[in-house]
Design a protein around this ligand. Structure first.
Ligand code: ATP
Ligand code: MG
Length: 244
């Protein structure tokens, strides 16, 4: 099978007072459909920068300066802002470390989960709500039929991360990027949430890039592991069957 996602010689620079500094220095990897790739490395190694580049995005003060990011038929670094907006939350989606910041505190969860998909014209409200409930169930959220009627502050941190996963998956994206989605949770909750993510990703055959600084966490989840150091690939390997 050919690759669905291809990152080749990706370079990102940060623009500081003393000119441009390269913070991602020629990173390459690829994924086949349905594969999960883990990006690991210590703090500052470039994980989030690369994760965002997969969505064609660079943080303020940074610039995607070279290379290729191909997601399905989309050449992400060649697209306009409007074209990228059409893809984000649709063909590519992002699950961040802290869901709390991603939710509007004044809106019911279910409305927020279906909002992006509605805007992208992926279905009518009733069908999307039914799909959201199915995802809540697959993500082992309690009371999946009704939990969406709550507001963000009425669920736990681990539950909110799962709701964000539902929001990311409702469009059946080509690629889901999970950037340390369990790091803000306590250890036992992390295990539960990770288990739920793993199940839903595998059951749906989702292609995913999972960012973490913890090898033990990603080893359970990933088919391939890319170890980063100082913006470069230090090591790249298939997950040892014993670790999985
Ligand atoms: N706007 C910026 N200007 C200058 N340097 C930046 C900027 N943004 C990020 N960097 C640098 O780029 C490097 C990579 O940052 P990145 O956030 O990708 O790391 P990370 O691996 O995700 O770290 P963490 O595990 O802490 O989340 C860091 O050394 C950081 O200091
Ligand atoms: Mg990061």
């Amino acid at each position: 099978m050919t690759e669905l996602i291809r990152v080749e010689d990706l370079r990102v620079v940060a623009c500081g007072e003393r000119g441009e500094v390269e913070i991602v220095k020629g990173v390459s990897f690829s994924l086949k459909k349905g594969e999960v790739l883990a990006l690991i490395g210590e703090s500052g190694s470039g994980k989030t920068t690369i994760a965002l580049a997969l969505l064609g995005y660079a943080r303020r003060g940074c610039r995607l300066s070279g290379g290729v990011v191909q997601v399905g038929e989309h050449d992400m670094l060649a697209l306009s802002k409007t074209q990228l907006q059409g893809l984000r939350g649709n063909r590519v989606s992002y699950i961040a470390q802290s869901a709390a910041a991603a939710f509007n505190p004044a809106k019911k969860l279910i409305d927020q989960v279906v909002e992006g998909a509605l805007i992208h014209g992926l279905g009518n409200r009733a069908d999307l709500q039914a799909k959201a409930i199915e995802l809540f169930r697959d993500l082992a959220l309690p009371d999946p039929e009704r939990i969406g009627q709550r507001y963000p502050h009425q669920v736990s941190g681990g539950q909110l991360q799962r709701v964000m996963a539902a929001m990311a998956l409702i469009s059946d994206p080509l690629l889901v990027v999970l950037d340390e989605p369990t790091t803000a949770l306590d250890v036992t909750t992390q295990i539960d949430v990770l288990r739920a993510f793993k199940r839903v990703v595998y059951e749906r055959g989702t292609t995913a890039v999972y960012v973490s600084h913890d090898l033990a966490v990603v080893a359970q989840m990933a088919d391939q592991i890319v170890v980063l150091n100082g913006g470069e690939v230090l090591e790249q390997s298939a997950t040892a069957p014993l670790l999985k």
